[in-house]
Design a protein around this ligand. Sequence first.
Ligand code: FES
Length: 183
Amino acid sequence: MPARVDGQDLAIWRAASGQTHVWGDRCPHRGMRLSRGFVRGETLACIYHGWQYGNDGGCTQIPAHPNLVPPKTICATTYACAEYSGVIWVALQTTTQVCRSFPGQAAVRSLAIKASAEKVMEYFSGADTGVVCVGGTNDIALALQPIDATHCTAHALASVSADRKEVSRWLESQRRSIELDLA
Ligand code: FES
């Protein structure tokens, strides 16, 4: 899956073992987007010339040269990531960035909003952590993914017993209000 965080293009993929990876969305060979590639067991294969990259981002196979052991310098850009309650977190700057867990909550849906993550935080009077805990009967939390200066994506989580359709409609109504606020 392609994704963008703080203007940076990323490729998110899940290996056959279930492990998630977040890499820069650029093949070290000729720059094709790795998010267009396909998963082969524990490797990600680029769609252009089929070069394969393993768990650590290192190239493991070059189909045009099947007997060649690829040099270690051929490596995709990898980032530390973690997955909690159906939300994948990535640390672009550091490997010690704190990730949030959401005990008793599950991911409901993601929605693109035409407003910066900061504006959405302001709208909900949230602290500057990228997560807004909205509360209420459905005990909703929004994890905000900054896309660029004028866009973000809100990933909604709610208690596992919540009515998912109700949460989804609520999120859509909040988006309308936020975008109208900024119009
Ligand atoms: S551009 Fe990716 S394998 Fe050639």
